[in-house]
Design a protein around this ligand. Structure first.
Ligand code: DC
Length: 245
C-alpha cells in the first residue's frame, strides 16, 4: 500500500498553492484543471485515475467489486503512482504504465464501485495528501475540497446538467460501436447516484467552494471563469484583510 511520489514541477509556481476541483463526471474538471495548472504553473493531479488504476487491478484478478475485505487486502499489496505530464497524468499500477487501459466503460464503472469502501478511500486520500503536501498543485476529484485538502487555497465545484455532461462524454468517445447517447447518459446517471450517495465522503461541494455551472458555457468561458475564481482567491488571501498569507 506504499506510494512514493516522484513528481517534478513543470514551472516554479509563484506560491505553493493548492487548488481543489471537484464535481461529477463530464462537468469539465479535467480540462479546467489542465488549464489552471498551465496558467498558474501548478502540477495537475487527477485523483480519479488512481481509483481507476486500482479498479483495473481488481478486474484483472476477477475480484468481486463488492468484496470489501478482498479489496482491502488487494490494496495492501498494490502500488499506485501518478505522474503529472503536460496533457494527462501517467498512472503506474505496480510500476506498470496503465494510462491507456483505464478509460473504458468497464473500468469507469468499476472505479465508482471500489471507491465506496472506506478503507480504499482512506488509502487513496493518504496518497493524495502525500502528493499534494508540498503545494503547487491543482488536484481534481470528488472529495478534494471536503476531505483531501479541506484547507485548499481555492476550491471550485464544477457542475453541469446531466444531459449536457452525458452528451459531452458521448462526443469524447472516439469509436462509437453500438453506443447511443442515451446509454452514456444512463451510465453517467448511475455513477452520479453512487458517487453522491455513498456513505463515506459523498460527492458534494465544500461549504467554501465556489460553484461553477458549465451547462450553458463554452469551454473558453468555463476556463476563464475558473481562472478568475482562483485569481480572486489568491488576491484575497494576500490582501491585508485576507485570512491566509
Ligand atoms: O474522475 P473519474 O471519472 O476518473 O473518477 C472515477 C471514479 O473514481 C468516480 O466515479 C468516483 C471515484 N473517485 C472518487 O471517489 N474520489 C475521487 N477523488 C476521484 C474519483
Amino acid at each position: 500500500m506504499s506510494a512514493v511520489e516522484s513528481l517534478s514541477l513543470p514551472a516554479s509556481p509563484a506560491r505553493k498553492i493548492i487548488v481543489a476541483i471537484d464535481g461529477p463526471a463530464g462537468a469539465g474538471k479535467s480540462t479546467v484543471a489542465r488549464h489552471l495548472a498551465r496558467h498558474f504553473g501548478l502540477l495537475n493531479l487527477e485523483t480519479g485515475a488512481m481509483y481507476r488504476g486500482f479498479a483495473l487491478k481488481a478486474l484483472r484478478q476477477a475480484l468481486p467489486l463488492d468484496d470489501s475485505a478482498g479489496l482491502e487486502e488487494l490494496a495492501g499489496s498494490t502500488q499506485i503512482r501518478l505522474e503529472a505530464g503536460d496533457d494527462e497524468n501517467r498512472v503506474l499500477l505496480d510500476d506498470e504504465d496503465v494510462t491507456g487501459l483505464i478509460r473504458n466503460q468497464t473500468v469507469t464503472d468499476a472505479a465508482s464501485r471500489v471507491s465506496v469502501f472506506p478503507a480504499i478511500r482512506a488509502w487513496m486520500v493518504h496518497l493524495q495528501q502525500e502528493m499534494g503536501a508540498g503545494g503547487g498543485v491543482v488536484m481534481e476529484g470528488r472529495d478534494i475540497g471536503t476531505v483531501v485538502f479541506p484547507h485548499a487555497d481555492a476550491k471550485i465545484f464544477l457542475d453541469a446538467a446531466p444531459e449536457v455532461r452525458g452528451m459531452r462524454r458521448f462526443d469524447q468517445l472516439g469509436e462509437k460501436p453500438a453506443v447511443q447517447p442515451e446509454d452514456v447518459i444512463r451510465d453517467l446517471h448511475a455513477r452520479d447516484e453512487r458517487d453522491r450517495n455513498r456513505a463515506d465522503s459523498p460527492l458534494k461541494p465544500a461549504e467554501d467552494a465556489v460553484l461553477l455551472d458549465s451547462t450553458n458555457l463554452s469551454l473558453e468561458e468555463v476556463v476563464t471563469a475558473a481562472e478568475e475564481i482562483v485569481a480572486a482567491k489568491l488576491a484575497h488571501e494576500s490582501s491585508p484583510t485576507g485570512q491566509k498569507k
